[in-house]
Design a protein around this ligand. Structure first.
Ligand SMILES: N[C@@H](CCC(=O)N[C@@H](CS)C(=O)NCC(=O)O)C(=O)O
Length: 235
């Protein structure tokens, strides 16, 4: 490929995180819609880019990248922005929470969104899994809220980091998905520092651009409404 990035995306999917990071970095990129209605993420063509059949993929000069946090960290390091540098004394603290966001928060959320992939089709077992996950996620969010209160430059600071962007999107998805299930377990206002992080994000031009591209409305993080995308489908 050329040096121009190519983001394989579906509206309001994990690719949103990467779109926001690319916008914040101000680097040019093209987008390729993955048609979720047609399960295009499982096509042979897409699996050649990501054998796991998950969105997003970012095509880079170094080859296709998948896994949201890996792409984020690669972009931040490559462009020297949106994260503490490798030799910064802030790097360790930042990495702890970035990996937590990816391998615990996002992973737990996926079980909430796709219970059938983890526990099968039985409705009452799915409900049990859901209830455990609600409790787990509430603990995670409480811990994250306290971490934001610590006032680091890379978590809830004045300018967003890749971690802020990732968390803002995850908070949005917790408020909105799965559409057919009870979502009363989650109230952003119970986590005032995360709420402020979301409110700060909404002031960014990157968010306005991504919101308009993916139909996310004017308050995509503090008071999200279901995506109404100009093309494609969120699920
Ligand atoms: N661990 C992956 C998770 C990505 C993920 O869950 N993507 C969702 C869309 S938001 C997806 O591709 N879902 C389709 C599926 O599970 O079949 C990452 O961090 O990139």
């Amino acid at each position: 490929m050329t040096t121009r990035y190519r983001l394989h995306y579906a509206p309001d999917n994990a690719s949103l995180v990467i779109r926001l990071a690319l916008e914040e970095l101000g680097v040019p990129y093209d987008t390729v819609l993955v048609d979720r209605r047609a399960e295009a993420q499982n096509s042979a063509e897409y699996r050649a880019l990501n054998p796991n059949g998950l969105i997003p993929v970012l095509e880079t000069p170094d080859g296709p990248m998948f896994e949201t946090a890996a792409i984020l960290l690669w972009l931040a390091d490559r462009h020297g922005a949106l994260a503490p540098a490798v030799d910064s004394d802030q790097r360790g603290g930042f990495l702890k929470w970035l990996f937590f966001a990816s391998n615990t928060l996002h992973a737990d959320m996926r079980m909430l969104f796709y219970p059938e992939k983890y526990i099968g089709a039985n409705g009452s077992q799915q409900q049990k899994l859901r209830q455990m996950l609600w409790l787990r996620l509430q603990v995670h969010l409480g811990n994250l809220d306290e971490a934001v209160a610590d006032n680091t430059c890379w978590l809830g600071g004045t300018d967003p980091s890749i971690l802020d962007i990732y968390l803002g999107c995850q908070l949005r998805w917790m408020a909105l998905y799965p559409r057919e299930c009870d979502r009363n377990w989650f109230k952003l206002k119970n986590y005032p520092h995360l709420h402020s992080l979301c409110a700060r994000l909404e002031l960014r031009d990157s968010v306005k651009i991504a919101s308009s591209a993916e139909g996310l409305g004017t308050t995509p993080f503090t008071n999200p409404t279901p995506a109404n995308p100009p093309e494609g489908s969120a699920t």
